[in-house]
Design a protein around this ligand. Structure first.
Ligand code: SF4
Length: 303
């Protein structure tokens, strides 16, 4: 799965508590016994120094970069306007469902002027598959109107301006800044919140505080890719209810190893998207994803 095997556990923890007794003797992620033994003997860092925390966090990010070298935003978009609208639509639904819905929306309303002047009932009908379609229609038409009236029909490329648009919070703004404008941003979605707490990078529960604490562990230029790596891992392997610990390439670095399925065979069956041999979320994924064996998602109604 990873280009290189995960190396030994993070160094520098001052005090450690073993939480992995139950995993001793089980097989490794990907079937290797050695990696399983490493995971089993790995330690939970308690009271670790700041330096140790930074080292461990950066190491996990490096490993994830090898596991997901093709990581990218999982919303289909061709310009900042499309990404902004798609991100707003992605609340309370999957990126897949948004990607299956937006081709019809953008074919009929290619720019903010078109969407701002649309008949709301017609927009609602297109957005129905995304759920909360009436509220989402109000949001995307409202932000389109604001783009036309206040920004000349262009999506602004600054955080302070983006968060002033109706329905746009910091999470949406950072997705747009990071992926449409190349400006570093941390996306604290549900996966990001869950994983960084499992890894003990922070104990915060407030998204803004998580963003600040995790951001301080990494150079700013890494924030966007870090967000992709963490979110991709949460979607494919480190699930909310049943993380696939026995198939996890960063198990030796993870203080939460054992929270999920540790049996390698059973864990492998929990893997999703390209890691489980299934289609991804984008109908038009980047070439690097296809080159790595990833498959495009089916259009609406095909699956
Ligand atoms: S899947 Fe298990 S071992 Fe891997 S990061 Fe999640 S909790 Fe840790």
């Amino acid at each position: 799965m990873s280009k290189s095997p995960v190396r030994a556990q993070a160094k520098g923890a001052e005090r450690v508590v073993d939480r992995r007794d139950s995993a001793v003797g089980e097989q490794a992620p990907g079937g290797g016994k050695r990696a399983a033994e490493k995971a089993a003997s790995s330690k939970l860092a308690v009271g670790q120094t700041r330096t140790a925390l930074v080292r461990r966090a950066r190491r996990i990010n490096r490993e994830l970069a090898e596991v997901y070298p093709y990581a990218h935003p999982e919303l289909d978009f061709e310009n900042p306007f499309q990404l902004l609208v798609a991100t707003v639509l992605s609340a309370q639904t999957t990126d897949l469902r948004v990607n299956q819905t937006t081709p019809a929306l953008f074919a009929k309303y290619p720019g903010p002027e078109d969407l701002a002047a649309a008949n709301p009932e017609e927009v609602e009908e297109i957005l129905r598959p995304c759920g909360f379609f009436r509220a989402k229609t109000r949001s995307v038409m409202g932000l389109s109107k604001a783009l036309v009236e206040d920004y000349g029909g262009e999506v602004p490329g600054r955080l302070e301006e983006l968060v002033k648009l109706p329905g746009v919070g910091r999470k949406t703004a950072f997705v747009v800044l990071g992926n449409a404008f190349g400006r570093p941003g941390i996306t604290v979605d549900t996966h990001f919140q869950r994983l960084v707490r499992r890894w003990q990078w922070t104990e915060q529960t407030d998204p803004d505080k998580i963003e600040a604490e995790v951001g301080a562990l990494f150079p700013k230029k890494e924030w966007t890719d870090l967000s992709h790596h963490v979110i991709w891992h949460g979607r494919r392997i480190c699930h909310a209810r049943k993380p696939a610990c026995g198939a996890c390439p960063i198990a030796p670095l993870c203080p939460a190893y054992g929270e999920g399925e540790t049996d390698p065979e059973k864990a492998r069956k929990l893997l999703k998207y390209e890691k489980g041999g299934f289609p991804g979320q984008r109908l038009k994924p980047p070439q690097a994803y296809l080159d790595a064996g990833g498959r495009p998602a089916p259009p609406l109604g095909a699956a």
